[in-house]
Design a protein around this ligand. Sequence first.
Ligand code: MG
Length: 507
Amino acid sequence: MEMVQFNNPTIKEILEYFKTLWALGHLAGVAEWDLRTYIPEDGVTARGFALAKAATLQQKLFLDKKFTELIEKAEKEKNLNDCEKGAVRVLKRSLRHYEKLPPEFIEEFEKTVTEADVAWRQAKEKNDFKIFEKHLEKIVELCIKKAEYLGYDKSPYDALLDDFEEGLTAKDAEKFFASIKKPLKKLLEQIKNSKKYKEKHALEKETYDTEKMKILNLKALEFFQCSPRRLRMDISAHPFTIYFSLNDARITTRYGKNDFARSLSATVHEFGHALYGMQCNEKLEYTPLFDTDLSLVIHESQSRFWENIIGRSGEFIKKIRNEIIKINPKFNKYGTDDLHEYFNLVRPSLIRTEADEITYHFHIMIRFEIERALIEKKIKVKDLPEVWKAKYKEHLGIEPKNDSEGVLQDVHWAHGAIGYFPTYSIGTFLSGLIKYEMEHDLGNINNLIKSKAGINQIKAWLKEKIHQYGSTYPMKELVKKSFKKDLNTSYHMDYLERKYKEQYNIK
Ligand code: MG
């Protein structure tokens, strides 16, 4: 940023007060990370209690009259610079949430999702949607209530989307999906009709040793020059990223018995999230602008950029093949081309997180259509298993055999996160625009991936164009400021067409 400077006296006073809120959030974050990674099972209840109390304390401190009056005052100030304006915008957003959602509602919501998480796990294990049904009904009901509290223009779903992407509406999302559906479907058909099309790859079945896989993941992070002094990698069933400060990011990955690309991709994906926080301008630390969760579209653009555009590229695979073949001596027989084919195999599948770069978006469309219809009361929770099957048939031509690989596969709804899914797709399409702009400035990305120096250039560019700002600008504004254009889906579609037409020999 030209200069990060907080000059306005009111803003300075606000930021001084905010430091205590920041510290509380920091400590709650550590407790939450521990809850999701290492806590002994029986410790969960007390941790939930402590986190709920901390959240109440945060709300109380935020709604302190002295603080809210300062925010209102700052809003009326003239000549604020971009950072100062950004800070006011972000704080006003939190204020709206704290003021409009009654503490009893937040408590009920938290309690409901804590219980729903347990029920969801059981339901998934026993392969029985019935166990989860009542919980999801309650969650949908509470989400509609939340939308009513927060207010919306056209659809209650708008208010929920806004929670994950500032300003995103159901209409925006609908327009976005309408624009990508046809070209993606066409490309998928061409791939399925090509001679090289296959539904399985031998490497999917190959097993690996977890300890050696961990070393491979760490080698990938080392290649990205990610210092272990600033980032820790741990394990969880659902990989995630959280950062507590500029110099303390945590990512998790997962390990299975076979199909090693899943573990590596998860690591690279989460690294992309972590880098966003680690490359924020240091003057924004301890301020509201360090919180980048306001735009999951930007966040997913970063994680999916590293996961797909770098992590699934021929150059990256070539670079770490020697490390890959160490995880199982049998891998020696697979050359770079085999590995590349394995990492980029396109075929309709039932599980979203295992999907390739093309079919992935159909998984998201299905979830978007379902959750919107639930919130707009056009379908009922009890009909979901059937609706799910029909949608998979319609979009991907396949049907789940059971609820576990169907409607129960994602944890999001159990956590009350309705309105989250569209950000995955929109963010991925933003990553295509980012690649285009990066290549315009730095040349072919494959040349950059060849060396650590090139990786450094990629990181420095991402810092300059995106990371340094934290949440100073809303997504659309940032895209306009940094790239002088609007988010347009054609850049990512071009990337997909070029890459996969070459891979599948499509003329
Ligand atoms: Mg992610």
